[in-house]
Design a binder for this molecule. Structure first.
Ligand code: GLP
Length: 240
């Protein structure tokens, strides 16, 4: 695990994006594993700007997203489908058939997870982008999730519901469950970029980089990855 500490969110986003930009220049048909949440918004903004300058194209990029809430439709503004459309897909030349995001309304969630695993098997990721939950989760792999787990349905931790309530009009509206890629799926990516900013991530960052490798802090699994870059702003790096 390589750790970079930068001044602020803007610099974190710029450096994270530059790794992706370099990858897309080197291999325009790259497979990207994508994350949602506040953390990667700045990275996506940098990618959109690089695309607008003509430095990169998404015309042959394929993507797989980490997770989606269960029970909200794709057109719900709080869905991760809508998030990706708003911050990245709607602003670049990616082909919709090259985009993969777990369904928020699967007819059968268990079967859906199995199919998503087949998609992941067929799309080895060159880069996986990650944020970090304040409880140490990655994707929606909550504390206690076995590292060997693949795509699965998860009941969200109360702390995650509280953290994510800021996006909804009330905490009651936050879905209680989600579909997430598993830790073992995340670990399959050739390169992982985890970003974290702000003091509310500082404890989880400390556990991730200094604590025991344990399923009770899912992000500690990344210490076993051969090419994981962690980019932190000063506030998130407060305790390391
Ligand atoms: C969410 C997402 C994660 C994200 C994390 C942090 O619940 N499922 O993929 O990394 O929590 O979110 P944020 O970046 O908004 O702090």
């Amino acid at each position: 695990m390589k750790i970079k500490i930068v001044d602020d969110y803007e610099e974190m986003s710029r450096q994270g994006a530059q790794i992706v930009i370099d990858q897309l220049i080197k291999k325009p048909s790259s497979v990207l594993g994508l994350a949602t949440g506040s953390t990667p918004v700045g990275l996506y903004k940098n990618l959109v700007e690089a695309y607008a300058r003509g430095e990169i194209t998404f015309s042959s990029v394929r993507t797989v997203n980490l997770d989606e809430y269960i029970g909200i439709r794709n057109d719900n503004p709080n869905s991760y489908h809508a998030f990706m459309q708003k911050y990245l897909f709607g602003k670049v030349d990616i082909k919709s058939e090259n985009v993969n995001i777990p369904s928020g309304t699967p007819a059968n969630a268990e079967i859906f997870c199995k199919l998503y695993n087949l998609t992941l098997n067929n799309l080895p990721r060159d880069i996986q982008i990650l944020g970090l939950g304040s409880n140490g989760h990655i994707g929606f792999n909550e504390p206690g999730t076995p590292f060997k787990e693949r795509t699965h349905v998860v009941r969200l931790a109360q702390s995650t519901i509280n953290d994510n309530a800021r996006f909804f009009s009330s905490p009651e509206e936050v879905p209680q469950s989600a579909i997430t890629m598993g830790i073992s799926d995340i670990m399959q990516a050739k390169k992982i970029i985890l970003m974290a900013s702000g003091e509310n991530k500082a404890r989880a960052v400390k556990d991730m980089v200094k604590g025991y490798v344990t399923e009770y802090c899912p992000a500690t699994s990344l210490r076993n990855h051969p090419d994981c870059i962690v980019i932190l702003d000063r506030a998130a790096a407060k305790y390391i």
